[in-house]
Design a protein around this ligand. Structure first.
Ligand code: FES
Length: 352
């Protein structure tokens, strides 16, 4: 239905058939706050932060899950809407232990942002006591259930984005919790530690263990780069403080990973600072390695290749490139063997 319009904050604006109010509003430059909404996935409507006023409707409607109809009259910023969002933020705050000063997510927390925006002082409702202890026995992810608002983004990310299906909603009422199969700790479950749950968590319920105490969001700068681990070329942000990586997150909206990373890309950056990392070529002489310059090492390799080719012909040598190399390196390797050495003896270990 091209040309369909609805009324958004008193203005007649276009929308696409089937669009939810949230997306149509964003397309028209109006941002509606959300907590549980995850772009591209089916809306769960769990947090009730995106409430808007629809003329003629008895109650406020969740913008993330209410389809727009032609001539619908929507107000996203009315006093009634603000009061509902403030109240819902206060309820979410009272449902857990949101002591921001000690929280790793301080400065990067959707709930904190809403509390500030809607001037919630947190004094009205009594706080729920902690029901579950913090789980931090795996090497990568800290699960602090007292900071969980049960928005379900982690469950959606695990089940629908990564399709790993390691976590789900469990228990009932005030005992509600995000659980793995059998409610086991992450490291004894189907979790593969891709960290997608951490990436989408809007509070401090799921945080990177390795970054604890290393830097607040406002102290770090983000540097975009390509993951060095394989040929896929995932796009990532390095969060860097004092020239040291404190965490890694995925770049949203960029090919090929569009906001996703695997366990190696997200958590496997310690090697950069390892004392055991090789920094110069090593040449073995009499069974012992000695450090060498790049020129010396490359000249040695070239002379060995030349020697074999002169003695036995080009087909006496072969090259296998590594699946962990970037595509450009594999391309250069085959070019070297085909064009310079004149042999087609090349292979790639991913094939095996
Ligand atoms: Fe709409 Fe949570 S964002 S209900």
């Amino acid at each position: 239905m091209s040309g369909a319009t609805f009324v958004l904050n008193g203005r007649s604006v276009p929308f696409k058939l089937g669009q939810f109010i949230l997306d149509a509003a964003r397309d028209n430059g109006i941002q509606i706050p959300t907590l549980c909404y995850l772009k591209g996935l089916s809306p769960s409507g769990a947090c009730r932060i995106c409430l808007v006023e629809v003329k003629g409707a008895r109650s406020l409607m969740a913008a993330c899950s209410t389809p727009v109809a032609p001539e619908m009259d929507v107000a996203t910023d009315s006093p009634r809407v603000h009061e509902a969002r403030r109240l819902n933020t206060e309820l979410l705050l009272s449902a857990g232990r949101h002591d921001c000063l000690l929280c790793e997510a301080n400065g990067d927390c959707g709930l904190q942002e809403l509390a500030y925006r809607y001037k919630v002082d947190g004094s009205f409702f009594p706080r729920n006591e902690d029901v579950y202890p913090v789980e931090d026995i795996n090497p990568f992810i800290v699960r602090d259930f007292s900071r969980c608002i049960l928005c379900g983004r982690c469950v959606q990310a695990c089940n629908q984005l990564v399709v790993n299906r390691a976590i789900s909603h469990g228990y009932r009422g005030k005992d509600s919790k995000i659980v793995t199969g059998g409610d086991n700790p992450y490291h004894q479950s189907d979790c593969v530690f891709c960290g997608q749950c951490v990436e989408v968590c809007p509070t401090g319920a799921l945080t990177e263990k390795k970054m604890r105490g290393l830097g607040r969001p406002w102290e770090t700068k983000r540097i975009r780069t390509t993951c060095p681990y394989c040929g896929v070329g995932c796009q990532m942000w390095l969060h860097v403080k004092d020239d040291r990586i404190v965490k890694v997150t995925a770049v949203e909206g960029a090919a090929p990973n569009d906001g996703r990373l695997c366990v190696k890309g997200r958590f496997g950056y310690d090697f950069i600072y390892s004392e055991e990392r090789l920094k110069t070529p090593l040449i073995r002489e009499n069974g012992q390695f000695r450090e060498a310059s790049w020129d010396e090492a490359l000249n040695l390799v070239a002379s060995k290749f030349t020697e074999v080719i002169e003695k036995h012909g080009p087909d006496a040598i072969a090259g296998v490139s590594c699946a962990r190399s970037i595509n450009e390196d594999s391309y250069q390797m085959q070019k070297l063997f085909r064009a310079v050495f004149k042999t087609n003896n090349i292979d790639h270990c991913a094939r095996t």
